[in-house]
Design a protein around this ligand. Sequence first.
Ligand code: ASP
Length: 340
Amino acid sequence: MNTLIGRGIWAGLTALALALSSGVSMAAEGIYGLAIHGGAGTLTRENLPAETEAAIRETLNDALYAGHRLLAGGGDSLSAVIAAVTVLEDSPLFNAGKGAVYTWEATHELDASLMDGRDLSAGAVASVRNVRNPIRLARRVMEDSPHVMLVGEGAELFAREVGEELVENSWFDTDFRLQQLHKAKQAADPSAMLNPLELGNKFGTVGAVALDKNGNLAAATSTGGTTAKRWGRVGDSPIIGAGTYADNNSCAVSATGHGEHFIRHAVAHDICARLAYQDTSLVAAAEYVIMEKLAAVGGEGGVISIDREGNIALPFNTEGMYRGYRLGAASPVVLIFKEE
Ligand code: ASP
């Protein structure tokens, strides 16, 4: 199964649960579930070593488990997406938190955002250098400040004030990403650096979307941005409406890909708006924006999305996207390549 997981499966599961569990309807308990991503790019079986693939699948499973455990226990979708993204930020395998890519100056600048579909409250941070888990700081911005977005030194100062864990910038170092920086700097065409899916920097931004038992949606995204970025470049990941959006009236979306295109097309909000204003489905809306609108302008990448009925759409216009989902009591599903 590739991009779309619709109500058919859900209806089947509900019927199964009814048959097996003396009449406890999953729908009565509340549909819940989540989807995650670990970035999109030129992912083929040939260019992904088996060991790395296994480690990535394991970490994606851990992230699904962390979010699903909370949802299954009646927890809220916001906590679930933060739990899932924190697992991915703490892994050196992804371009977020530990494992973030390098800037041109060989430092790390991290971006993250989240949104609560209950009331459209949102929090975001950009260009932070010393915050171990930017997604947690985004939550503090949302809950403990009157603002939506804080950047750079001000965000660090706020992190200190609210007691978020701080680390040296070198804590985010990994050899793998350093090699990517060297390669990027040798590239003939500096403008290619704007595309995070080129120059070996092909994947790694992380995100999660969730629906809890109370019908609430949330989305979260975290990234190190693009390899060899300069001049305080910030992509779509911390931009509400571009890389992240959640509204209980439509859906929750987290994006990954060539950020400049995702900002211009307000991708996450566009998908939710189509659902809100048109007589369409999540699957059709997400597919249209990624496979047609973005693809037409060379905007490479993908999204994960979930609506309040538990439909999930995971379209991407690249070779692959690290992704996974888990609905209700069903087993977790983790996917990497286009054909699987
Ligand atoms: N969207 C991210 C950015 O442009 C990069 C990515 O998703 O890989 O910063």
